[in-house]
Design a protein around this ligand. Structure first.
Ligand SMILES: C[S@@+](CC[C@H](N)C(=O)[O-])C[C@H]1O[C@@H](n2cnc3c(N)ncnc32)[C@H](O)[C@@H]1O
Length: 254
């Protein structure tokens, strides 16, 4: 089990694989107001930037789980680079069934709620919080990173430009908050992306792809990635950054 190589190429210039910049990731960690030594489980951890920087700056310890061997190699290198290899560990595997052996203070899924299963955003979010809670100590914090519509797309084509199958594929923010309320959670903190932090996630992918294409013109992925590079900037600048919101909500069981 591994991630498609095209995604690894696209994200090769990034450490944070979500629409947060480093400042927002730091704000989120500090907003939790937890002591050094607090434990974090990060499901679908990507390159482990959240765990590594929180271990370095806040003294947290933690485990990340991801299916991408390439991202995990970067995560382990980053942990060594910032001097926290003794405080964070990274496991290769499908996070959708992963439960920590010991209950943690913080259980997170930031930008991958499909691991919760289901075909609707409601099912994905419900499944993810149910999964995360299985690893959480009583009174611990759940972190869920999820897209939502900042502005309702006027038509299906606009939604598709935002990587949605239809307008119903993502929540409106009021509906997302109501859903979490209905699942029995208090929302105790939130850090939201903005169009500028979206840019920092998406735009570096274009330069990464362009440089990769220059270096690998005959690769079997070249046609697909060339098409991505042609469509990507318009898709993001005209649609995604205008219509799609994203944020991490911090939850506690009521
Ligand atoms: C949008 S990225 C978010 C990564 C990271 N949480 C971050 O914010 O930087 C989604 C991640 O989910 C991982 N992923 C996708 N399906 C997965 C699964 N079933 N189990 C574990 N990881 C998965 C991908 O490899 C990728 O690293």
């Amino acid at each position: 089990m591994d991630l498609p190589r095209s995604i690894v190429v696209r994200e090769s210039g990034s450490r944070i694989l979500n629409p947060f910049d480093a400042g927002k990731l730091d704000t989120l960690g500090r907003a939790l107001r937890l002591p050094a030594g607090s434990t974090v489980l990060d499901l679908a951890c990507g390159k482990g930037e959240m765990l590594c920087t929180w271990a370095r700056d806040l003294g947290f310890t933690g485990t990340g789980v991801d299916i991408s061997t390439a991202f995990l190699a970067d995560a382990r290198a980053r942990a060594r680079g910032v001097g926290v290899a003794d405080r964070v560990s990274f496991l290769h595997g499908d996070a959708s069934g992963h439960v920590a052996p010991d209950p943690v203070d913080v259980a997170a899924c930031v930008g991958a709620t499909w691991i919760g299963g289901g075909d609707t955003w409601q099912d994905r979010v419900a499944g993810t919080v149910t999964l995360l809670e299985r690893s959480l100590r009583l009174g611990g914090l759940l972190l869920v990173g999820e897209p939502f519509w900042r502005r309702t797309p006027p038509d299906r084509r606009t939604a598709e430009h935002c990587h949605a199958r239809s307008v119903d594929d993502f929540a409106e923010l009021p509906a997302l908050l109501d859903h979490l309320d209905g699942l029995g959670f208090d929302i105790v903190e939130a850090v939201l992306a903005d169009p500028d932090s979206w840019d920092r996630y998406t735009a570096p992918q274009w330069l990464a792809v362009r440089r990769w294409l220059d270096a690998h013109p005959d690769d079997e992925l070249a046609t697909q990635l060339r098409a991505d590079l042609l469509a990507g900037p318009r898709r993001h600048l005209l649609y995604q950054r205008e219509y799609l919101g994203w944020g991490v909500l911090v939850l506690m069981r009521r």
